[in-house]
Design a protein around this ligand. Structure first.
Ligand SMILES: C[S@@+](CC[C@H](N)C(=O)[O-])C[C@H]1O[C@@H](n2cnc3c(N)ncnc32)[C@H](O)[C@@H]1O
Ligand SMILES: O=C(O)C(=O)C[C@]1(C(=O)O)C=C[C@@H](O)C=C1
Length: 239
């Protein structure tokens, strides 16, 4: 379904939330809004092929409609269970139906829950694909620490985010290129600006060095950006 959620002028713009309206158009919204999204999802399958260990859990945290869960299950090692977690009922109910249509090596279990108070079991692959940016900044360290603790040695976290940049010229250039990307994908200036207002207090970006320092402080031995397109990108962290 085509995303035209912010197309009509609004008197008052509330905070963005992952409700029914968003869940209905989500694949179209994310494809047209996040440069590199489909490349990252495909690569998550490749990371899973390389890093999943038999009989461990593979977590897709903030799974939305389960795009990454499906890809992870395609490449999962023997005896693995992919667990997708999301705290939006609208997303979870749809994701459960969607994942049924795909075959994989293991099984996929979609759970309704808040990832910040979830107890993780031993895992080998954890994915946060454009999710940490929606978690309250004061909760980010504790979540990262819990993820690192749950991973087996050599396990991997794939962390994709909208980045912020300390250098003002870089920030403005990449931000503008993201706007151009959205316009090229058919969003009007009004849609772009109304969505921006609604995300203002909800999506809080960190700089790449902040992410890397947090990952190292929370127990990861290695961390690096492996992909970037404009101000969106993805980091891998290996325990
Ligand atoms: C941009 S979407 C993620 C896209 C998805 N990972 C993908 O690759 O298609 C962000 C998701 O994170 C979920 N989310 C935000 N905060 C959460 C929390 N505390 N616990 C669980 N899910 C959360 C939202 O409901 C939403 O579905
Ligand atoms: O549309 C934007 O400007 C965004 O920041 C993109 C973004 C994201 O990064 O998650 C924001 C909310 C929607 O889930 C889809 C994409």
């Amino acid at each position: 379904m085509h995303d035209n959620i912010f197309a009509a002028p609004r008197d008052r713009i509330g905070d963005f939330s992952f409700d029914d309206t968003v869940a209905n158009v989500f694949p179209d919204m994310i494809r047209r809004s996040v440069p590199g999204y489909s490349n990252i999802v495909s690569a998550i399958g490749m990371f899973t092929a390389k890093f999943s260990r038999p009989d461990t859990k593979l977590y897709d945290l903030g799974c939305s409609l389960g795009a990454c869960s499906i890809e992870m299950n395609r490449y999962a090692a023997e005896g693995c269970e992919v667990i997708g977690i999301d705290n939006s009922e609208a997303m979870v109910s749809r994701a459960r139906e969607i994942v049924k249509g795909y075959k994989g090596n293991g099984k996929v279990n979609i759970i309704a829950g808040d990832i910040t108070d979830f107890e993780f079991e031993p895992s080998s692959v954890v994915v946060l694909n454009f999710v940490l940016q929606f978690i309250a900044p004061e909760k980010r360290d504790a979540l990262m620490k819990k993820i690192a603790d749950s991973l087996v040695p050599g396990g991997i976290l794939v962390l994709s985010e909208k980045f912020k940049f300390a250098d003002e010229t870089i920030q403005n250039t990449l931000f503008d290129l993201h706007l151009d990307f959205k316009k090229a994908n058919g969003y009007s200036d009004l849609e772009i600006s109304q969505k921006r207002t609604s995300l203002e207090n909800v999506l809080i970006s960190d700089e790449v060095p902040t992410h890397i320092a947090r990952l190292k402080n929370c127990g990861f031995s290695h961390a690096s950006v492996w992909y970037q397109c404009f101000n969106f990108g993805s980091i891998i962290a290996i325990k």
